[in-house]
Design a protein around this ligand. Structure first.
Ligand code: F6R
Length: 595
């Protein structure tokens, strides 16, 4: 998984590439590299860690004035994240950066290079070698690329430079996103608009199995058999404040505190002035007539999907299955007669979701995407889309996207039931107020994080019903940001095994926002305390108990919007105290573009 950027134009390419790569770090940040082309040849520079580490290397590099180049920031799939495995990979004339996975890498090596020792452990080096091979006997690079597309299996977005044409970028793509950005006197290439947005707002998409030849003042896109393809441009406006931290120490903190505003934004997009929910009638029609809803998602989006299931079941009595995208793709259960599939994905690029989407499309089933990104594969491929309007989320750990997804689910389920359709806007607006109040108590949450989580190796979140679903998200945050092994458990299930892990002082956060389960929760809390657990109850009931943190939840159904906020702060402050890289936690990437 990687982020790719390319530039050819009238300015120095290196600083533009590095800045673009820095903006793409959400796709990976374990190593980076650039290939810079000038009349003197191509120079590759690589580093471990963030692309910023390229800057000192560039300062002492003679080809810094090159006007053309490509670069990547990498999340290792094949081979550890070191300089040898960092991209670009080179062979002869060609230097290649790659996002994706070549599935037949082994077979290609055996067929074309049986006696060659490869320098890296990556699946990318074979691409550079194939290009060099296919260009033997004066074959043109375009013919070589067509042949390459014919033999590669898997996902790839490729940026290529050729030492013999230092003023041209080549781009090839299949199943991994790749865009061309156009401006006066230059053209660019990028995995995402954010890599190019400081230079242009005009973009062209490269589709699967197409390739492009890009110069400073022109570009052409071709199908895999070499036929030129016409493509319409699209314009993306970017709110630059979305891409900067402002006065915040971290994007995660900024994004946590944006949540009340995001909920109000969602309300203004999906409700009319009377508060009635306004959602595309075709979506409502399909959901109404469906016999089952399948929610497909991963990670935080999966956790939001569980809350969505609760809403559909409680608000409009629709049966729902929530499925992990990566499991569903290759383990499909028998599907009901008239299903609707809802894909939840902040990035719209999660490979596991895309794989399910293409399978269910082949089967002719209806699809709705709930996403944050208009320029994304899932947005494009689904029959219908509902944007979550969260604004760009940059911290790797999802916060505002989770609550935005939950809010969109609440609106969607309410739109299917007239009784709720009139109430939900008011309830969501009150929830936004409650979220704001919760955010204003962050100093309390900092103290809790210190008292409960300092030097802890493990932690529990327990809850029942919708609180259990919120616990799963709360636990995920603590794992991914503070590296504390945390379980989200149904409180009722704890005594069926996991309570064995509770020891003297084990931190246990108990979410209790539902009247129907509040008494049972009290018993579960006592059970944990009796085994030495150090419990903090996060409850919607007012209490002066020192081990209770009261939160305000306007409507019980919407409690995850509020109860997740202290949990997000606990994770944030615990990570801060431990010196973790909050916005870029280890081993993770924001968009998981490989299966
Ligand atoms: C966790 C997190 C991930 C993502 C998951 C799916 O904070 O961000 O678990 O939720 O990788 O990503 P999207 O929503 O882009 O499909």
């Amino acid at each position: 998984m990687c982020g790719i950027v390319g530039y050819v134009g009238d300015k120095e390419a290196a600083p533009i590439l590095v800045a673009g790569l820095c903006n793409l770090q959400y796709r990976g940040y374990d190593s980076a590299g650039v290939a810079l082309c000038s009349a003197d040849g191509v120079r590759t520079l690589k580093c471990v860690g963030s692309p910023e580490n390229l800057i000192p290397k560039l300062a002492s590099c003679a080809v810094c004035s090159a006007l053309c180049g490509v670069g990547t920031t990498r999340w290792a799939t094949h081979g550890k994240p070191d300089v040898v495995n960092a991209h670009p990979h080179s062979c002869g004339r060609f230097h290649v950066v790659h996002n994706g996975i070549i599935e037949n890498e082994k077979a290609l090596k055996e067929e074309y290079f049986p006696n060659t020792e490869f320098l890296s452990q990556t699946d990318t080096e074979v691409i550079a070698r194939l290009l060099q091979k296919f260009c033997e006997n004066n074959t043109s690079i375009c013919e070589a690329i067509q042949r390459l597309v014919g033999v590669l299996r898997g996902s790839y977005a490729l940026g290529i430079v050729d030492g013999e044409r230092p003023d041209v970028l080549y781009a090839v793509k299949n199943k991994s996103p790749l865009l061309i950005g156009c401006g006066e006197g230059f053209n660019m290439l990028g995995s995402d608009t954010v890599a190019m947005i400081s230079h242009t707002d005009k973009f062209y998409e490269i589709c699967d199995r197409e390739y492009a030849v890009i110069t400073a003042d022109d570009f052409k896109i071709y199908s895999s058999n070499g036929k030129e393809v016409r493509r319409e441009a699209f314009v993306v406006a970017c709110d630059i404040s979305d891409c900067t931290k402002g006065d915040y120490a971290h994007f995660m903190l900024k994004e946590i505190e944006e949540q009340p505003r995001v909920i109000r934004q969602i309300l203004s997009c999906y409700c009319d002035e009377t508060g009635k929910v306004n959602i595309d009638n075709e979506i409502i029609g399909k959901l109404t007539h469906s016999d089952r809803i399948y929610i497909i998602a991963s990670g935080t989006s999966y956790n939001a999907g569980l809350v969505g299931k609760y809403y559909f079941e409680k608000i409009c009595s629709k049966p729902v299955d929530v499925c992990m995208a990566g499991e569903f793709a290759y383990n499909m259960p028998p599907i009901s007669q008239s299903p609707v599939f809802i894909f939840v994905s902040q990035s719209g690029e999660t490979a596991d979701c895309i794989s399910v989407l293409s399978k269910i499309k082949e089967l002719g089933f209806a699809s709705v995407a709930i996403t944050n990104c208009e320029v994304s594969t899932i947005f494009r491929e689904a029959d219908h889309t509902l944007l979550i309007h969260a604004g760009r989320e940059i911290a790797v750990a999802s916060t505002k996207s989770y609550t935005a997804q939950v809010a969109v689910f609440a609106l969607l389920a309410s739109a299917l039931n007239e009784k709720y359709s009139k109430l939900i806007a008011k309830d969501l607006s009150l929830a936004a107020d409650a979220m704001e109040k919760a955010c204003s108590r962050k100093e309390e949450y900092r103290e809790v994080a210190h008292e409960y989580l300092l030097n802890q190796q493990s932690c529990f979140y327990i809850g029942r019903g919708i609180d259990y679903y919120a616990c799963l998200e709360a636990a995920l945050k603590l794992k991914e940001i503070a590296y504390i092994h945390t379980g989200g458990y149904a409180a009722s299930e704890l005594k069926h095994g996991s309570i064995a892990l509770i020891e003297q002082g084990t931190p246990v956060f108990a979410l209790s926002t539902q009247k129907i389960t509040s008494l049972h929760m009290l018993s579960n809390i006592e059970e944990v305390k009796a085994r030495g657990g150090k419990v903090l109850c996060i409850s919607s009931c007012q209490s002066d108990d020192e081990d209770c943190l009261s939160i305000e939840c306007a409507a019980e159904l919407l409690s995850p919007l509020v109860s997740v906020i202290p949990a997000q702060y606990f994770a944030y402050y615990a990570a801060l105290e431990r010196g973790c890289d909050i916005d870029r936690p280890r081993n993770l990437a924001k968009a998981v573009t490989v299966e």
